[in-house]
Design a protein around this ligand. Sequence first.
Ligand SMILES: Nc1nc2c(ncn2[C@@H]2O[C@H](COP(=O)(O)OP(=O)(O)OP(=O)(O)O)[C@@H](O)[C@H]2O)c(=O)[nH]1
Ligand SMILES: [Mg+2]
Length: 496
Amino acid sequence: MMEDTICAVSTPPGIGGIAVVRISGKDAVAIVDKVWRGRELSRAASHTAHLGEIVEESGEVLDQAVATVFRAPKSFTGEDVVEVSVHGSRWIQREVVNLLVRNGCRVAMPGEFTRRAYASGRMDLAEAEAVADMIASSSRAAHRLAVSQMKGDFSRCLKELRDRLLELASMLELELDFSEEEVEFASREALKELAAQIYATVSRLVESFSTGSAIKSGIPVAIVGATNAGKSTLLNRLVGDNRAIVSDIHGTTRDIIEDIMEIDGLQFQLVDTAGLRDTDDVVESLGIERTMEQIDRASIVIWVVDSTSGRDEIADTWERIHGRIPEDAHLIVAWNKSDALGDGAMYAPECSLHNIMTSDESSDSMSSGNGGELSSSTVTQQLSVDIRPFEGTVSEVHISAATGSGVEELCAKLTDASGIGEWQDSIVVTNARHYEALVHSQESVSRVIEGLSHNLSGDFIAQDIRETIHYLGEITGEITTDDILGTIFSRFCIGK
Ligand SMILES: Nc1nc2c(ncn2[C@@H]2O[C@H](COP(=O)(O)OP(=O)(O)OP(=O)(O)O)[C@@H](O)[C@H]2O)c(=O)[nH]1
Ligand SMILES: [Mg+2]
């Protein structure tokens, strides 16, 4: 396959000012020269650009173009590469590719340029996949992750892990060679410590995936609450557009309404939902079911509460949602309509999380040994409905979706809840294939640790270490089958 010289349009399909046709392979320069009128490219130095004409066999000029020459191995693919910039008409693009094919090129398969870059050792598999991620990235944060991975930060970290595992394995294997003499080259304690360090690093990478994948595809945020709480008003305010219908009729929104918002380069997928209440209306009930599904899959739930509503209403909504919020999700309680509360009382007495979320038992336990909690528990005692407490991460904010007051603070809370801060400057795993391999390596490292603490024989432990090395190698492509490579690169588009 690598004998072929391949070509494809590398710019997106459609009409543009210019289009770039990329040619890679050992005959790249010679083939372009056959259709090129201008300075002979085979005599041009690497990394130089030349103005000329693309000429058909009949002598007819197809287009004026610029050809940039990159010589092996200092090119994207590691092979000789020519990038020809032509005018962006669809017809020109197609004819140039046809002309190149008639002169000895083969049309590239999806991802084939990147696959060649991988095969020639220009980049490892994780870096190659980062190229695809970067092409697909739609927010600054996703782009930043892809760039860091493409530069090889992740691969370096994996290489370091691999080296340490090899060190561990070689110490154990050395012992096996001298097993007759019962020597211990490495103290078990030192080995255990090394294994624990490796486990910690792998675990952190595994843990980073939920943030990584959220950043890559946008963080799912469900906006939920009772009817008329102001959810749609809030959605419109956040996306700066009249996206959803707002009215003072209860049950205005009956389906989910999605939109995207970016804060500091981080993308959030906002979903406005049907308000929660008992209803006989079939369509509204279906809408409410969808609301519940959105809560299930949210990383962040914004519970919009109408601060002017009664405590029982608020408690009723809490009863409906609190069991559905995923354990690792963040709940932000947005006390809305703060503008309608009047000057005297800043907030209605209901407007406190403690008031809403504590049951009698928990407020008892909270108030024990803490005199400051006394007043809250007094309030709780006045409550007629028993509300269960929430174990997850909660914060609250007072807003007016109508005037915009407090919304900036809400956005800051969204950024906090995204978890991005914790991962600043650390390596974040964004790829499901890498995640899977890391989970496998985590499992085998934990067996190594177990083996060491149970004083298992060295060859058992060495076996688990080799398995860990294998899984890590899968990520960077040191250990990969053609099948895996085929699947990975087929996801790229043609020309990449
Ligand atoms: N004073 C005041 N009114 C608000 C505020 N936010 C929303 N409203 C009003 O509350 C009413 C309901 O607003 P919506 O945004 O439609 O409420 P919703 O939660 O989407 O309601 P459903 O779609 O029925 O579940 C409308 O009349 C809004 O103008 C606010 O911050 N202050
Ligand atoms: Mg609505």
